[in-house]
Design a protein around this ligand. Structure first.
Ligand SMILES: Cc1cc2nc3c(=O)[nH]c(=O)nc-3n(C[C@H](O)[C@H](O)[C@H](O)COP(=O)(O)OP(=O)(O)OC[C@H]3O[C@@H](n4cnc5c(N)ncnc54)[C@H](O)[C@@H]3O)c2cc1C
Length: 371
């Protein structure tokens, strides 16, 4: 008998989960509002995430759109001096930069051509459960009932609130400016196929190429207190090199960084959380979406071994919850190190200059092996 499930959310976790389940013969209904806005910026896909994504059968499409990254260059934000260069794997699974929009379309196209996957263009408004099933009230007036539901509606979604009512997130006092510039409009050094991490005092900048090197993704993280006049114009105009980014017509998108409460349960009745709905995390190790892809690969692996859908999902949670919690914690600690201020920040940069290549290389290898 064909197994059926409903997935709430149609970004990376929702679409990826749908492909994984449909590849194993399950019938999937995805409930989410049809996407209208363009997804901003890029994603670094680390080797652990790259390996996980390969189970979805979309490797050749990813290869066409991605930029393989060769190294992480760590620089001083104040002096632009290179502190350390950490080589990234040259053999598969490699480390790539990809535009969010490109990855979204690859996943969406794979869903649209799969006859086992259907879409309902609606938002989830409310959830109720009986012993046998979950009832989902939608904003188009429909009530959809299902015995198996995956909540892939992100950290601010309804399913996370339902599974753990009262769960909170707080502002950290740090914010992020994001932008994408054509590589041709930037100093040539930004076009190298590397991730650049510029470590400053209470701030850091990450850049990497996307869209086959045509564009560069820029993410500037800063302390709201240290930069009270937080316009990107003021911040960049005080910097000898990054001031070059100002004479451009490209806009920067500002958002606060949240601190998320850890969930020690991802399930309630027939609903199971996945991706950011289950384990939102600080973005400093580029592991948020990565961990979602690993959830999905774990579920796919269970299904491909012949487990029932219910068992595959339950066993995914057992394996994945402790691992995702470790990565979320490491992401938070990395953020604290990136944000150091004053003499401690200077000492951090000196240590990275002396021993950074060995320490950070080992840290990253260990991180990607953990999950
Ligand atoms: C600045 C920044 C940089 C990052 N960089 C990286 C990186 O380099 N690498 C990496 O791996 N991760 C990175 N991340 C993390 C990554 O963006 C997230 O982990 C990822 O987007 C989570 O995907 P998701 O599908 O789980 O959730 P979301 O992207 O939040 O998607 C949720 C979906 O649910 C839908 N939805 C919401 N509410 C409802 C509702 N009521 N009914 C129906 N549908 C609903 C939404 O429309 C959306 O489609 C970064 C994050 C930030 C903030």
């Amino acid at each position: 008998m064909t197994e059926e499930l409903v997935i709430i959310g149609n970004n990376f976790s929702g679409l990826g989960s749908a492909i994984a389940c449909a590849r194993n013969g399950c019938k999937v209904k995805i409930i989410a509002p049809k996407k209208q806005s363009i997804l901003l910026g890029g994603l670094q896909v680390a080797p652990n995430a790259r390996a996980a994504l390969s189970v979805l059968g979309i490797d050749s499409h990813i290869h066409q759109k991605a930029t393989q990254l060769a190294a992480v260059e760590i620089k001083s934000f104040d002096t632009a001096v290179n502190l350390a260069t950490i080589p990234l794997p040259s053999e598969a699974p490699t480390y790539i930069g990809i535009a969010r929009e490109d990855l979204y379309h690859i996943l969406m196209d794979s869903c649209l051509t799969n006859s086992l996957i259907e879409f309902t263009d609606a938002s989830l408004l409310a959830i109720s459960q009986t012993e046998e099933q979950t009832n989902l009230a939608l904003d188009n007036g429909e009530v959809v009932s299902a015995s198996i539901v995956i909540g892939a509606d992100g950290w601010h979604g309804k399913t996370r609130q339902f599974v753990s009512s009262g769960v909170t997130q707080q502002n950290t006092g740090y914010s992020i400016y994001r932008s994408v510039y054509p590589a041709a409009k930037l100093p040539a050094s930004f076009s190298s196929p590397n991730t650049q991490l510029w470590l400053g005092k209470s701030c850091h900048l990450v850049t990497y190429p996307i869209s086959n090197g045509r564009d560069v993704n820029l993410v500037f993280t800063f302390s709201d207190k240290k930069f009270p006049d937080s316009s990107i114009h003021t911040i960049l105009s005080n910097h000898p090199i990054l001031g070059a980014l100002l004479n451009q017509e490209y806009s920067w998108h500002l958002s606060p960084i949240k601190k998320f409460e850890t969930l020690f349960n991802w399930r309630r009745g027939g609903i199971t959380l996945i991706g950011d709905a289950a384990h939102p995390m600080a973005p400093h190790l580029a592991q948020g979406a990565a961990q979602s892809f690993i959830d999905i690969a774990c579920m796919e692996n269970n299904l491909s071994k012949g487990q029932s859908l219910a068992d595959a999902i339950r066993n995914m949670v057992t394996v994945r919850m402790p691992k995702a919690q470790i990565i979320a914690r490491k992401s938070q600690i990395s953020g604290q190190i990136f944000r150091l201020n004053g003499p401690i920040a200077t000492a951090r940069n000196q240590i990275i200059g002396v021993a950074g290549e060995i320490i950070i290389n080992e840290f990253l290898q260990d991180l990607w092996l953990t999950a």
